[in-house]
Design a protein around this ligand. Structure first.
Ligand code: NAD
Length: 499
């Protein structure tokens, strides 16, 4: 770890790795040190067309490969992922900056999607009803839709791509993956392992880049479905452009998640849950706790230990210091953006309870560090209340009662996650019923669903109908066909009677 080697960043077409020699590139950094570890090529129409055509050709065979054979590749893949587990986690830490524990979580959650996809023989089954009319039967089958593309964000270099391609290919589709241009290296390693597991030529292809590359995917006539995860303005654009071009689209966006702390909560547990929720992965999580909602006099008992625990979090180079709890954020531009949001929040009247804006790591002057920060007295209508910060920043909003807090939380545009810490079953039930968010935690800081449940964002956090993961993932990557059948005569065979 901590190597300064610059890694190659090839595209993959028909199981052949190709260096892109022309056009612009973007540097990939190790956020712990600031070093450049790769250069991502900014692909355009030509590379995308080659990748899509390769996927389209492979689809003709892969769609008719029996599901039980398709998943043999995934069974072998799962074992290879386990064998390479630590190296993959190191790759994530190096290009993203999260801690090794968090990187292990990133890859573990991805492996669980592969395991779920291995059950596709069960998950893709259709329904049947005999005798919908006299002598007529009806059954449904699910078939793959064709070439699917996945466009990924930077914050989960393994998990988000693995939300997409294992399910897509298990269902019989072929795939073009566009990893985040900020973290392309883990994806490359993940797909090298898929090839080693026996993935046939062209079933999965990789392109790299930004808007030009994405637009080429969104408008390519041979692409049938688009899975997107990223920020909300881009998710909205992807959904609108993709659907206008006749594609099925699922587009998950950003978030601003509210976490309620009620006076009857177990406060030490609520401190632990909030620290993990707000500052895990340096806050670069769509399920991060963004706003602590404190009700009644709970602020007096809750905020002092929360602030103390926050000050104790160690900032450091996660690729070499195992005791660091927070690493750098993805790049210097992102750090500057977060500081700007904080400065504006202070101008709007919010107060910094813990101020990490100037925290640095002495041994790594070029790393992209920002200390954990708590902003108190945030009010509805402030920009800092409504903007996704996506950094180690926790807002605090104080309310007199539960009803007022629910009303304000429900006025937010985003609807990804929301949590409550309470010992009251009635309040918890009331909260999960009334809160306008698609994923709810009860005494759980980060209620991110696992592979067999949908990742269920609402409102400005999701565009489309079918989410990634769970049965919705199977529905997204398949089309249903309804077969109604009637047979006349008895054919040539002998009919055997019981009596
Ligand atoms: P981003 O929106 O900047 O980029 C995501 C992808 O879109 C990248 O592959 C990028 O190349 C592409 N892209 C960026 N701008 C584009 C444009 N103008 N046109 C076409 N394509 C474009 O997001 P990010 O900064 O990489 O990731 C962080 C965001 O992702 C946060 O908002 C976070 O909440 C969100 N996220 C959401 C979920 C979820 O499940 N809802 C999960 C993880 C991350």
């Amino acid at each position: 770890m901590g190597t300064t080697t610059v890694m190659p960043c090839p595209i993959l077409v028909g199981n052949e790795w190709r260096e892109v020699k022309t056009g612009k590139t973007l540097p990939v950094h190790n956020p712990s040190t600031g070093e450049v570890i790769a250069h991502t090529p900014m692909c355009g129409k030509d590379e995308v067309d080659a990748a899509v055509r390769s996927a389209h050709e492979a689809f003709q065979t892969w769609k008719d490969t029996p599901p039980v054979q398709r998943i043999q590749v995934l069974f072998r893949y799962k074992m290879l992922l386990e064998d390479n587990f630590e190296a993959l986690a190191e790759s994530i830490t190096r290009e993203h900056g999260k801690t090794m524990t968090e990187s292990r979580g990133d890859i573990r959650r991805g492996i669980e999607v592969v395991e779920y996809a291995c059950a596709i023989t069960e998950l893709m089954k259709g329904d049947m009803l005999e005798n919908i009319a006299s002598g007529i039967d009806c059954h449904t089958i699910r078939q793959p839709i064709g070439v699917s593309a996945g466009i990924c964000p930077y914050n989960f270099p393994a998990l988000v791509p693995m939300w997409m391609y294992p399910m897509a290919i298990a269902c019989g589709n072929t795939f073009v993956l566009k990893p985040s241009e900020k973290v392309p290296l883990t994806s490359i390693r993940l797909i090298e392992l898929l090839i080693e597991a026996g993935m046939p030529k062209g079933v999965l292809n990789i392109v790299h880049g930004g808007r030009e590359c994405v637009d080429a995917l969104l408008t390519h006539p041979l692409v049938r479905a688009i899975s997107f995860v990223g920020s909300s303005p881009v998710a909205k654009y992807i959904f609108e452009t993709g659907t206008q071009n006749g594609k099925r689209v699922q587009a998950a966006g950003g978030a601003k998640n509210f976490v309620f702390v009620m006076p009857d909560a177990d406060l030490p547990k609520a401190v632990e849950g909030m620290i993990d929720g707000a500052f895990g992965c340096s806050g670069q999580r769509c399920m991060a706790a963004s706003t602590a909602v404190v009700i009644g006099d709970v602020a007096d008992h809750y905020l002092p230990p929360l602030a103390d625990a926050t000050r104790e979090l160690k900032l450091g180079p996660t690729d070499r210091d195992k005791t660091a709890r927070l690493g750098g954020v993805i790049n210097p531009e992102h750090r500057d953006r977060i500081i700007k949001i904080l400065d504006e929040g202070v101008k709007e009247g919010a107060e910094l309870l813990v101020d990490g804006r100037n925290m640095r790591v002495e041994s790594q002057p070029n790393g992209f560090y920002l200390g954990p920060t708590i902003v108190d007295k945030v009010k509805h209508g402030m920009k800092i209340c409504e903007t996704e910060t996506f950094g180690p920043v926790l807002n605090v909003m104080r309310f007199e009662d539960f009803d007022e807090a629910i009303e304000i939380a429900n006025k937010q545009a985003f609807g990804n996650g929301a949590c409550i810490f309470t010992n009251s079953g009635k309040l918890a039930r009331e909260f999960s019923h009334r809160i306008q968010a698609g994923m709810v935690g009860i005494n759980v800081g980060v209620p991110a669903p696992l592979a067999y449940f949908p990742f269920s964002g609402w409102d400005y956090s999701f565009f489309g109908d079918l989410h990634v993961q769970g049965k919705e993932g199977v529905l997204f990557y398949t089309r249903e066909k309804v077969v109604t059948s009637r047979w006349h005569g008895i054919g040539d065979g002998e009919i055997w009677h019981k009596d």
